[in-house]
Design a protein around this ligand. Sequence first.
Ligand code: NAD
Ligand code: MLT
Length: 525
Amino acid sequence: MKVLVSDPLSKNGLELLKKNKFEVTEIEPAQLKEEIKKGYDALIVRSGSKVTEDVINNSKGLKVIGRAGVGVDNVDVAAATKKGIVVMNTPGGNTLSTAEHTMALILSLARNIPQAYKSMLEGKWDRKKFKGVELSQKTLGIIGLGRIGTEVAKRAKSFDMKVLVYDPFLSEQHAAKLDVEVSDLNTIFSESDIITVHTPINDETRNLINKDTISKMKKGVRIINCARGGIIDEDALYDALKDGKVAGAALDVYATGEPPADKKLFELGNVVLTPHLGASTAEAQENVALGIAEQIVEYFVNNKIINAVNAPSIDPEVFKLLKPYILLGEKIGKLLSSLVSFGIEDLKITYSGDVADLNVMPVTSAVLKGMFEKVQQEPVNEVNALAIAKERGIKVVESKTTRHEDFATLIDVSVEGKGVKVSVAGSLFAHNADPRIVKINDFRMDMVPSGNVLIVHNSDIPGMIGFLGTVLGENKVNIAGMTVGRHNKGKTAMTVINIDSSVSEKVLGSLKKNKNIIDVKLVKF
Ligand code: NAD
Ligand code: MLT
């Protein structure tokens, strides 16, 4: 497996990849667009690389984009999803570092530390100019109480601050545990002495702090952005800092790029600026590098998706339970794609028995993956399988029933289109046992979907098995197993033959010549 790393990644992360036999190439972000054309299985970035649609379309065989950090705003996730590329990040790895950096910025603003330091370097001893304010008993407004917001709240409480929080997805329980006051935006704006934002950047949060919202704030408010550039309208902030409405601002991220193209905030004395240092600690960089390396190893070695932003992450214990069903689902999909020769309009999956107790979404994706793999140019996986079905106009319906009269667990998939219907059902006879196909249309059977399999629809008359055996034997094709399913004696039967090698079109042609053979398909599992 080849991994391209286009931002600095800590040594231990790189070592972990190499230890697991990954070939690692390190480049500069500017080289990404060209280098990715050479073909890599995985790409690891931090925030310096821009993984645009162009980069994604230039890639060959790329399966995973790993973001060593939280924000995936430098990755075109929609373009990646379309190509079936998993985008994963490492949430949590830099939470404490960023929360501590936020506290450092709050304290710097309250006590004018950077300004005082600068003045001392200039030979001054100005104690009056840098008189600060205490945090104790002040009100801190936190917008966005996710991982970082939560850690900031805990730290602010230990400074005896009153903490107001706003987050549309906040549970009362979480707020109660932190002993913070759930609030609305207007209350945060009007009552806070210090306001800090910890949301992602999106249409709702872009310019959340603007001329209008600043006008609602207390005179002398202090504002911090350690989240994403653009949450604060920096022109409005500049004006408010200049006229004293805002006493001070501290920014780690910028609206006009990194480094910021617009430098007018640099002219003001009441601003503290850091060059996107929130996650820049030895611990955080170690966490995110090791985290992303581990996730990539898990993905390629154990097929496990962890922390994907465009595919469901599955708990390892749940994955263990799901894995045999995912395998079975893929086999069913593969078999269906060989049996179907019409445009599919509807696909119905019924889960019965034990499997119905699980979250079957990954199994549904596996059925689609098996079905589309042969007919789709792009790789198909759990990330884009449903999107591809939608794009092809296929209506996917999942249903669950708690029990099936004959099987402890059963996945029954039927596809319909142009008035024709084909169905395949599969089961596991014990957990982790080889998947079995137990029904094709109305024909019951016990088929092992593995290697090369001939599916023969024939008249139910004497001599058919002999005929099949003779033709295969004459062509030196060894039969490994055979199962016959039929509904009514003397009508038609479904003969499924596991063979040790593939057969040529010529052999298939010889079989089809027999007027009692209705159809023959070769399926390669
Ligand atoms: P998170 O997903 O845990 O938390 C984000 C919170 O914002 C969520 O609770 C969400 O409900 C809330 N939210 C979303 N829209 C909102 C809105 N309109 N109003 C109020 N709240 C809203 O993410 P996190 O790990 O806490 O990261 C927070 C931010 O910090 C992200 O933008 C991330 O990219 C950034 N970050 C910056 C650095 C840095 O170096 N400066 C480091 C890590 C993370
Ligand atoms: C993040 O989103 O994780 C931070 O912005 C830190 C980084 O740039 O990696």
